[in-house]
Design a protein around this ligand. Sequence first.
Ligand code: KIV
Ligand code: ZN
Length: 551
Amino acid sequence: MLKKPSDKYRPFPPVTLPDRTWPNRVLTHAPQWCSVDLRDGNQALAVPMNVAQKLELFQALVRRGFKEIEVGFPSASNTEFAFNRLLIERNHIPEDVTVQVLVQAREDLIERTFESLVGARRVIIHLYNSTSPAQRRVVFGKSKDEILAIAVQGARWIRERLDRLKGTDVRLQYSPESFSGTEVEFAREISEAVMDVWQPTPERRMILNLPDTVEVAMPNVYADQIEWICRNIRDRDSLIISLHTHNDRGTGVAATELGLLAGADRVEGTLFGNGERTGNLDIVTVALNLYMHGIDPGLDLSRLNELREVYERCTGMTVPPRQPYAGELVFTAFSGSHQDAIKKGLTEWERGGRSHWDVPYLTIDPSDIGREYREVIRVNSQSGKGGVAYLLESEFGIELPKDMQREFGPIANDQVDALGREVKAEELRQMFWREYVDRTAPWRLNHFHADGVDGVFQCRTTLRREGSELKLTGEGNGPIAAFVHALLGAGVPRFEVADFKQHALASGETASAIAYIRIKTADGRSRWGAGVDTNIELASIKAVLSALNRL
Ligand code: KIV
Ligand code: ZN
């Protein structure tokens, strides 16, 4: 890299708009969405989709509620043309869905595009030509006037052919491609020249799509460009201002959101941001960002995993694990403090403690988009007691007392650390069993029976210790107290029961109970124990021995 990058690169010139209004606005409703998965997304694939794959993705987009879908560039290849014909001739386009097709300002391509549309119910014909200084100089070697003439000529060729599509509801769209790299004054001039040809009205508006073809500046600059156009172009009410951002600087979503604040009506993008280079705008993210602020996005993303599967199957792309909302790991916390906070927040929410979602670290309720709470907490060596406790409780109904969580958390953590990987809930359960429930040496219970009269309990018990059997009796104000008394009578160093909790573990025929007991010795040591049995009394007696065995 250069020591002095300014020798090679320069700052992007800002738009002069000192009275910009977009920073003071908030979004209150969803824009008109247009999916460009089958065109811009498809163009970016090493192996473009075949007709069957395009159809599967088209149908998935329709099911999610997209009403405008750019289905391709029909003059670009036989596959693209055939796909249009298949959609139209096989009646795959629902009545309320408009298909959009892209075409350059070339007469032969426009001609072929019209042929591909015959018989369609509703279409958007999308004309584009590139307008930025770099494109004018490097690619076309043309002046502004010559570039403007290309757009006007393209618009005329389209207008002249409109009567070929009698019976089709045709809307027109123009994109000054590389808009964000173009002088705003020239972008306005060329757009108005196209408007002169197409003569849009408030009743029959034209779509003016303003692409951030390559992200060349910060998203606030794009917002300024959009607000500048919205305020300075003539007949704004005859236009649908559309955004089409890419993601070269990683701020495609931000640019679209600020562009909406700046006055745009419509958004083009793709599922999960597939598209050239760093991708197109990720529509799913923008839609769910609106949703998390309580705005209906007008798209049904409630089975996002399923949509991701269709997308991955059709495009051959994979959604990265950290992709907002859709990534495998985005509703997962490994860090202990995060897990603890999420667990508390989810418990509060499930108890109906709040009217609006406010769970730490989770921007939305994962179940709203078909993801599961189970996915939320996973355990590795970074995890703390909260995650361990959450998994034991959510997977097995083991409700560890708080203080016991503090004891078992580090024990589990050491074992997970030694394994050097993430552990499954079942592995955690086994660790818990080894540490507590299966601790049957040196003391093991063979038999226990207690009877109580007037609050005084007598117990008889048979225990095994290092190969020999001991028959003991004891007395106390409950079965546990009587058992402790029996043990102390057998010479066990003095201890008392300091904490106790028990609950049913499962229902049905295999119903069992789990008891947790903390004992405290006369010399100040404290240990938890756990016992499991179909008999709740025996579970607690086993828990006492488990704690004793852990001393
Ligand atoms: O990114 C872009 O500018 C495009 C246009 C064709 C709209 O995809
Ligand atoms: Zn694009």
